[in-house]
Design a protein around this ligand. Structure first.
Ligand code: ASN
Length: 339
């Protein structure tokens, strides 16, 4: 093994260039990194760059891309001291969450980052995000996939993109950031190196592309918004994006009938609140207590992205309805608080 790092460019703004249709990812990022970071590279670890094919705006991400990123990490694991995944910010939280489950407690760092302005354009935040990732990726493992953005290192499965404009595009909800990077690093939150870590194994499962849906609740929702989940044979789980403490319109007979039918057809339903902060208290209100009676899974303080990808990952492992009902409350990689 060398002390070199591997940068995996998946696409996203950090490596985009202007085109007649707007910003789009472009090959040749290694040269743009050399040109942009220039002399500061002499103080940073050496690295290689792999570009995935095709490079995508992360709005186009699918579970096949998650597999491609994982396989690239796994097949290069023994060669490099640490890894940086450059990803578009739009769906970075989904990829970061699923990689946290796929990699588990790993013995090298996988730091996911990107930017709001492309490298090589004026005021690019890609420079500081990439420099910081390069500076710490080869250090002692954090035991888990992490996201680094705007001087903040966060647990991968706790982040949500909350600003389309600010350089601080991500927040870690319901979990302290792992570190604030200033002149000094200040680690907080989880205890590092708490797990027995290992190298990731070769993937022996596939994601089923259409297996998980999301149903955001809103007032007076038409039946057509959710009926399709029942009829679609491929759909095995739905994240119900509920109000406040995990409440639904329990006086809407069509919605209640839909949830009953989901349970009868053994399709998993997970209750995740639309509130970024706080989590559910399923059953605290009468308007949410029906969900307990229907054995709908309580998402507690999990993010939408972490719940959606956890359902995908559990289904891909071959777990069925009964297994997921039993397993859901156990955290895989700290994505939910147990209490
Ligand atoms: N549309 C871009 C992407 O997600 C946004 C970004 O990276 N800042 O690929």
């Amino acid at each position: 093994m060398t002390q070199k790092l591997l940068i995996i460019y998946t696409g996203g703004t950090i490596g985009m260039v202007s085109t007649e249709h707007g910003l789009a990812p472009a090959a040749g990022l290694a040269n743009r990194i050399q040109d942009t970071l220039g002399d500061s590279l002499t103080d940073l670890p050496e690295f290689d760059v792999i570009e995935l094919n095709p490079l995508i705006d992360s709005s186009n991400i699918t579970p096949n891309n998650w597999s491609q990123i994982y396989d690239t990490l796994q097949s290069n694991w023994s060669t490099y001291a640490g890894f940086i995944v450059l990803h578009g910010t739009d769906t970075l939280a989904y990829t970061a969450s699923v990689l946290s489950y796929m990699l588990g407690a790993c013995d090298k760092n996988v730091i996911i980052t990107g930017s709001q302005i492309p490298l090589g354009m004026s005021r690019s935040d890609g420079i500081s995000n990439l420099e910081a990732a390069l500076a710490i990726a080869g250090e002692e493992s954090f035991d888990m996939a992490t996201v680094l953005f705007h001087h903040t290192l966060m647990q991968a499965n706790r982040v949500t993109k909350f600003s389309s404009h600010d350089f601080a595009a991500f927040q870690s909800f319901n979990a302290e950031p792992l570190a604030k990077l200033s002149i000094h690093k200040r680690f907080t939150g989880v205890q590092l190196n708490a797990h027995h870590t290992q190298a990731p194994k070769a993937r022996d499962y596939e994601f089923a592309l259409d297996s998980v849906g999301v149903l955001p609740l809103y007032p007076s929702m038409p039946k057509s918004a959710y009926q399709g989940f029942l009829d679609d044979e491929q759909c095995k789980a739905v994240v119900l994006h509920t109000y406040g403490a995990g409440n639904i319109a329990d006086s809407n007979p069509d919605l209640v009938a839909f949830l009953e039918a989901m349970q009868a057809r053994k399709k998993v339903v997970i209750n995740v609140t639309q509130c970024a902060h706080g989590g559910t208290s399923q059953g605290a209100y009468a308007a949410g207590s029906l969900l307990n009676r229907l054995s709908i899974l309580d998402g507690k303080d999990i993010t939408l992205e972490a719940a959606f990808t956890k359902a995908h990952w559990l289904l891909a492992q071959g777990y069925g309805f009964d297994d997921i009902q039993a397993k859901w409350s156990q955290p895989v990689m700290g994505e939910v608080n147990e209490s």
